[in-house]
Design a protein around this ligand. Sequence first.
Ligand code: SF4
Length: 256
Amino acid sequence: MLDDLHQDYLRTMDIDIWVRRELIVEHVAPEMPVRSSPPPVAVKPQVKPVIQPATPTPTKPVQVDHIGWDELRQEVAKCTACPLHQSRTQTVFGVGNPNADILLIGEAPGADEDRKGEPFVGRAGQLLNKMLYAIQLQREDIFIANILKCRPPDNRNPTAEEKLCCTPFLKRQIALIQPKVIIALGRVAATFLLDNDKAMGALRNQSRKQTLSYADTGVRVLATYHPAYLLRSNLQKRKAWEDLQLIKQIITEQGL
Ligand code: SF4
């Protein structure tokens, strides 16, 4: 039998726990009250808005090398350096403790993040919260950011130009936070942080076996799967669980 703590971790990660059939107590759901249907409402025909073709915006990397945290936040909020500013609701700067030892970096905001202005708030965000909880961390303990600060339309992968344009913001965030460990969530973040174009599985394995550092700073980078990918791929949740255990081990060893 698994001990209680282990079971709790697996349950938190939504990993199925196998239990002998005779141990399962049948649970009968209480009857739900029957609601009467609301009266029909007249629906007005919708008029489709006329969408004007977007004006092309030249892409050029932003210059934020020497600015502080508040100014950086303002620069992100008003940035129009690449065409993504035309389709965003708002920028997504990042959230958490600006003095954190642990920095989590994802790919780019999705629809929920674009609406709320905060990274990892949709279903993937809920899974990330559970993953953090499994190693006794909360969002407030760490800092969470993305490679891009604006949502790519239809959640497509960021283009090379968009990454070139936007990553000075992230580099400045890393320089100001000075984390001890960076967790790259997914291949887009892992390839940027490790400056290596290998497949996700290879980057993950390499970062588990060797101490890989971000831009020769000595800050360790661990690559693991993006929570949005884990929602689609149950098989990889076991590997993500192994990664969480390694992160927990590093946190304990370094006293973070
Ligand atoms: Fe600026 Fe980055 Fe948004 Fe492009 S994605 S407009 S570079 S903040």
